[in-house]
Design a protein around this ligand. Sequence first.
Ligand code: ADP
Ligand code: MG
Length: 481
Amino acid sequence: MENYQENWESVIGLEIHAQLATQSKIFSGASTAYGAEPNTQACAVDLGLPGVLPVLNEQAVSFAVKFGLAIDAEIAPYSVFARKNYFYPDLPKGYQISQFELPIVGNGHLDIDVDGETKRIGITRAHLEEDAGKSLHESFHGMSGIDLNRAGTPLLEIVSEPELRSAKEAVAYMRKMHELVRYLGICDGNMQEGSFRCDANVSVRPKGQQEFGTRAEIKNINSFKFVEKAINHEIERQIELIESGGKVVQETRLYDANKDETRSMRSKEEANDYRYFPDPDLLPVEITEIFKAQIKAQLPELPAAKKQRFTEQYGLDCESAGILTSSRQLSDYFESLVKESLCEAKLCANWITGDLLASLNKTDLDIADSPVSYQRLAGLLIRINDQTISGKIAKQVFELMWQSNSTADEIIDEKGLKQITDTGAIEAIIDRIIAENPGQVEQYLSGKDKVFGFFVGQVMKEMQGKANPAEVNKMLKAKLK
Ligand code: ADP
Ligand code: MG
């Protein structure tokens, strides 16, 4: 497989749709809340009834500007809404309000990390538009149901330059973007509910060739796993096609996750001519410097800056800093834990990226819903720090904390897990173990250093892990001479 792709380079550009987290729709007052009974959240404007006029939601504009500032983009001082005309049952007006020639955000960039290297990906534009309704095919025999609750929901369409060179880079880009919109608080990022989805444009060209190949566009992918699979699949299909003498045609394809394949939806010839024109019902949008400055003042610390700060301020390595800044909640949890416990930042980071995240993953929970709060975790770390318990026992205590509401101290008391620092008690056990294992003593004294571990293990076992390991090491060293 690898070998066979060696002579080819893939070129990918993504169009990401992020649903903006406004309370009401982009041109009406209807609610955008997810999951309501079908057709209970579509008003006369969303339905496109005659005589109604759209009114632009200022919050949606603020969010778009916020995004533009975060990717270092040009914010258009003057942008225009356009009608994109096509016919589909879930589009009541017969056109979608979008932006075409003059989008609100132009020309920015986002840095991604792939295989330890940072690569800057250009963002061509981001524009505001309304979402369409939904066609429901299940539970309607021989018919389709139409739910217009989603009609008029604000979307930001973010278009990348064709600068991604592998499925892996595309996934890294999509993840970074997902991280960013959640940081900014402009999109909830819920991919199952379709709040964050993408279309992938894919082409291949012989290595070294300047000119791009013909692209296919894969529509509506709503998971990181599917993006990677769909793109790899499409790259393979195109290479096979060209190598067997065929030609890629420009078309729209659909990814079928069940079969792990892409299928043609429509070719360029069948594509719609959208007959774009400026929407006469809406005024152009003018963004003033003051408006921009107000939004700039509200920008939170962004993931890249926070990651950098975490390495400098807390002395974390890049990998841990990257994990801890992958969401605002996670980075807040970390910083609260450091403050609350007053323990070394590295200890805090290790517990979060280790036991805590592993447990959250296992139970499929988000950090916001963690059964162990930062306050309770701080209680545990304090007891490691003051040597009441060893790191190993702490793992047991953590497990028990996960399953209950008890504090670390309550569990340590209740289960009698306090570390034994009483040197007399440790010494007695050491003496006994040395007496019982003359063979091992001889081996150790004749230079087999590894046997030392055996003694440590025996003592710890005998003391049910509650001896202070440093103390045990020190005393054993002194006795085994
Ligand atoms: P359209 O309006 O038809 O969707 P655009 O020119 O706006 O076309 O491009 C859409 C996306 O396709 C962009 O993300 C762009 O980077 C990407 N793209 C353009 N040409 C290619 C190509 N040859 N191969 C891969 N992606 C491409
Ligand atoms: Mg497109």
